[in-house]
Structure formats: C-alpha cells, structure tokens
Write a protein that binds this ligand. Structure first.
Ligand code: JCZ
Length: 242
C-alpha cells in the first residue's frame, strides 16, 4: 500500500518513522510519503491560505495550491481522505476497509479548513474516491493528528505488519465487536491485588470463557451501543445469560 500525506507541518508526521509503522515501511509493506504542501505554492511567501468568503474569523486553505498538489499525487484508484470535525465517523470498520485499498492520499487541513471545492472537485474525478472523516466529537487544530491515527490504524491491519494476526480479532472493536478483556502479567500479587485465579489454572476452556464474559461485561458497562450493534449470531446462549 502507498500512502501520501500532505501537510504544512511535515515534522508532525515524524512518529510514523518509529515502531510498528516504521518497521512496516522498512519491510516494504507500506510505502509512506510525507509532503509539504508549500512545495506547490507559487509565490515568494509560499502562501497556502486566504481570508474566507462571507467573512468570519480565521483563514481558509486555498483550493489552487491543494489542486496542484493533489493533481500530482492522485491517480486511478486513489482514495483521498480529508480529516475534518464535520466528517463521517472513522471506526475500526473504516480502517479495515481502507487496509484493502492500494493508494491513500491524506490531506491535512489547518486554519479553518480546506476550501470546500477541493473535496467537491476530486469527488468528480474518475477513479478517485473522496472521504471526509472525523476521529471523534472533539476539535483539533489540524488534520495531522488524525493522519497519524489513520495511518497507524490502517498499517497495523496490513498483512505481515503485526506478528500474530490472531491478536487483531480479540482486541477492542475487533472482529468480535466487543471491548477487550482485562490483561495481567507477573507478579501474581501486586499492591495486595491478585491475578484472577482462573488465569493461573491452565484450563484453556475456562480461561477463554472467563475472557469472553469479561469482554461482555465491560462492553455492557462502558459501550452498550456496541452490544446493540452486534449481529444476532455474534452472541451465543451463554453470552446472553452473562
Ligand atoms: N475529529 C476531528 C478532526 C479535526 C480537524 C481536522 C482538520 C482540521 C483543520 C483545521 N482544524 C481541523 C480539525 N478535529 N477533530
């Protein structure tokens, strides 16, 4: 997969050189390129913004500069992603869908956002998909943090990136659609708190059941909306009795 990120703060994306995403890049599993939007400016001051039509506070990012950048980067089969507080919710299902694609281009806005005609124009471009997405109901100062989240959430789903793909199933918001169960390690007692006995029993069946029950109880307590969203076949008779 190739991912192009366009931003006026390229250094914000430096964490993507580290850890899991960094390893995926080194292994050739992810071709990630970060671009400075100002490389597509045409004036001495490398201007990317201007005042908003209709008045109001702040500045808006210019469509012409974004147009030159995106014309260079977008191709047949590209998916243009625009982080914005007004977008559709980015979820694990979104990440799973994006992980099957070949080319993502993430446009990181700043100021009051990117001129709306940019999304409108590229949505009409043959072979290009455009998605405006929100990370959650809070406001950031720009799209770079959203880009970091998106790239990590997608990259970790690419084949070969995480050591044990089975771990992707049981994690929160994974295929099971539940929050993940609590995890423990040595020492068996810490701060006068013991690890649940069942986890020391070596009885794999009981351990699996306990973990499933914990995931259900946690989900019911913290995210009942996720339980409501489960398909009927995702809960067995024991689950319903828990
Ligand atoms: N979920 C979420 C996205 C954003 C966001 C995304 C892009 C820009 C550009 C200027 N401010 C922005 C904020 N805030 N919260």
């Amino acid at each position: 997969m190739r991912v192009d990120v366009v931003t006026i703060f390229p250094d914000y994306l430096a964490p993507l050189d580290l850890s899991l995403v960094g390893k995926a890049r080194t292994a050739g599993l992810l071709d990630l390129r970060v671009h400075d939007l100002r490389d597509w400016t045409s004036d001495r001051h490398r201007t990317v913004d201007d005042t908003p039509f209709g008045g109001g506070a702040g500045m808006v990012m210019r469509p012409d500069v974004w147009g030159r950048a995106l014309d260079d980067l977008l191709d047949e089969g590209s998916h243009l992603l625009l982080p914005t507080p007004s977008g559709t919710r980015f979820t694990q299902r979104t990440a799973e869908r994006l992980a099957t694609e070949t080319h993502l281009v993430v446009a990181c806005g700043r100021y009051e956002g990117i001129d709306a005609r940019v999304a409108e124009h590229y949505a009409t471009r043959s072979g290009v998909t455009v998605s405006e997405f929100s990370l959650g109901d809070y406001v950031l100062n720009g799209g770079e943090v959203a880009a970091l989240v998106l790239v990590e959430a997608v990259a970790r789903l690419l084949p070969g990136v995480v050591g044990n793909p089975e771990s992707l199933v049981e994690e929160s918001h994974g295929a099971a659609g539940l929050l993940e169960y609590p995890v423990y390690t040595k020492p068996p007692t810490w701060a006068e708190l013991d690890v649940p006995e069942v986890l020391l029993s070596g009885h794999h069946g009981r351990i699996a059941r306990w973990r499933r029950d914990q995931a259900l109880v946690r989900t019911a307590a913290r995210r009942p909306d996720l339980l409501d969203a489960l398909a009927p076949d995702q809960l067995d008779a024991h689950d319903r009795a828990t």
